[in-house]
Write a protein that binds this ligand. Sequence first.
Ligand code: ZN
Length: 86
Amino acid sequence: MKEHSVQVTRVVSDITCDICGQSVVNEAQKNNMANLDSFAEYARLVAEFGYGSKRDGEKFQFDFCEGCFEDLLSKINKLKAVKKAK
Ligand SMILES: [Zn+2]
C-alpha cells in the first residue's frame, strides 16, 4: 500500500521587473511552467565588488522586463557617448 503525504516545495512563481514592477513572464509561460526558476528569457544585471573596491563585498542583482531593458540600453549608449566626448 502506498502512503501519501503532502510536502511543501518552494518554487519561483513569478519574476518581476525591478524598474516597473511588471512580470517578465507572459501568461502562457506561467501556465506551462510549474517552477520558473529555470526561466531565462529576461534581462538580469549582476554586480559584485571585491577587495580594493569602494564597494568591497557589495552585491547587486536586478531583473528587467524587455521594455525597461531597452530604456536602460538607451541610457547606457547615451552615457557612452558622453564619456567618449570628454
Ligand atoms: Zn520593466
